[in-house]
Design a protein around this ligand. Structure first.
Ligand SMILES: *Cc1c(COP(=O)(O)O)cnc(C)c1O
Length: 373
């Protein structure tokens, strides 16, 4: 008889959603009963809860995380002729939002240990057209708040947070979503706080900015008269049903993030020397959206994981500035222009990470890697 192979899913969403099955049933019945599928009371309730969770005054629910970024940029008047500094190592949505308002994403390199945007590279990239910088809190860890806000202040830029992977993370006690002019969150099902479909939110301390975002995402409609369209807006709203789901799940998020931190500690203790986990800066508390390591022979590691029934991913194999949609013409095959990002793209490997991941699962993953490498 052959030994039973360990099966560790990349992300165990059934567990997370199963914990709140009773609350979800009640929430859906409630929305069905009142029938306010758009803009129902569950939306403002969740907005208030999530604003409190992030430590800010205002939260505006929108349709997804990409829209959250785009609506903030539009509400700030950023558009054609403007440049926005963006790390090249991020999900492509960060750059898409910049392009969607007609601005130019100016890609910069990341730090070799955290793989987060390098504040020195941001400062070097600032030019006369630079209007904003987006700090992406990638893999669950906040970008370097102190240094990025200092650069933004020195050059008069808006500092925005892409917090789509960092619900509940903090940096020297300041929560993700509370450190920029505004922040964008995604509630895509696999994020640390996930809906059962698409969803997103903007958080900010600025009441006027929150109002503008809300208006732009609701057809530019005036708050006083629904038939008066004061702005050229669009439709990007958080569904009532998804808001109800998110309110059911939010109370468990801090506990789930703690469980992810415990799993990350286990990885740190048990990983072979050939796998280097991304570093967490002193004073920062990651919520470990992803468990990313750097490994020289990724193909070999990934193949061994697949054969052992262990889930894995790569976030992201092709950096934004090398994507056909964003690369300058003819630039895709040239020499490295952002050497840290490009070297990391060939070495990064995302290992299983879920709030339900046990130390024994982590040990099984690390054993497979140790034998393979
Ligand atoms: C998921 C994600 C987004 C986009 O969110 P959607 O809700 O999928 O539109 C933006 N930025 C980052 C870093 C993300 O991980």
């Amino acid at each position: 008889m052959t030994a039973v192979l360990p099966t560790v899913p990349f992300l165990d969403l059934d567990h997370v959603n199963g914990q709140v099955r009773a609350e979800l049933d009640a929430a859906w019945r409630g929305v069905l009963a009142h029938g306010g599928f758009i803009g129902g009371p569950e939306v403002s309730r969740f907005e208030a809860e999530f604003a409190r969770f992030c430590g800010v005054e205002h939260c505006v629910g929108v349709a997804n995380g990409t829209d959250a970024l785009e609506l903030v940029l539009a509400a700030l008047g950023i558009g054609r002729g403007d440049e926005v500094v963006v790390p090249a190592n991020t999900f492509v949505a960060t750059a898409e939002a910049v392009a969607a308002v007609g601005a130019h994403p100016r890609f910069v390199d990341v730090r070799p240990d955290t793989l987060l945007v390098d504040p020195d590279a941001v400062a070097d990239a600032v030019g006369p057209a630079t209007a904003a910088v987006i700090g992406v809190h990638l893999y669950g860890q906040m970008a370097d708040t102190d240094r990025l806000t200092a650069v933004a202040e020195r050059y008069g830029l808006a500092y925005l947070e892409d917090a789509a992977q960092a619900h509940g993370a903090d940096d020297l006690g300041r929560r993700a979503g509370s450190t920029g002019v505004a922040a964008a969150f995604s509630f895509y099902p696999g994020k640390n706080l996930g809906a059962l479909g698409d969803g997103g939110a903007v958080t900010t301390r600025d009441a006027a900015l929150a109002d503008r975002v809300r208006r732009l995402g609701n057809h530019g409609r005036s708050a006083r008269d629904r038939h008066s369209h004061t702005d050229r807006g669009r439709n990007s709203r958080l569904d009532t049903l998804q808001a109800a789901v998110l309110s059911a799940k939010l109370p468990r998020l801090d506990e789930q993030n703690d469980a992810r931190r415990a799993a990350a500690r286990a990885y740190r203790d048990l990983l072979p020397e050939t796998c280097t986990p991304v570093a967490v800066r002193a004073g920062a508390r990651s919520v470990h959206h992803l468990a990313v390591v750097q490994v020289a022979d990724r193909a070999r590691a990934a193949d061994a994981l697949t054969r052992a029934g262990i889930g894995w991913g790569v976030h992201y194999p092709v950096p934004c500035h090398r994507q056909p949609a964003f690369a300058p013409p003819g630039g895709a095959a040239g020499p490295p222009v952002l050497p840290v990002t490009e070297a990391a793209a060939d070495r990064i490997l995302s290992l299983p990470m879920s709030p339900s991941l046990r130390a024994a699962d982590v040990a099984a993953v690390c054993d497979v890697l140790r034998v393979a490498l």
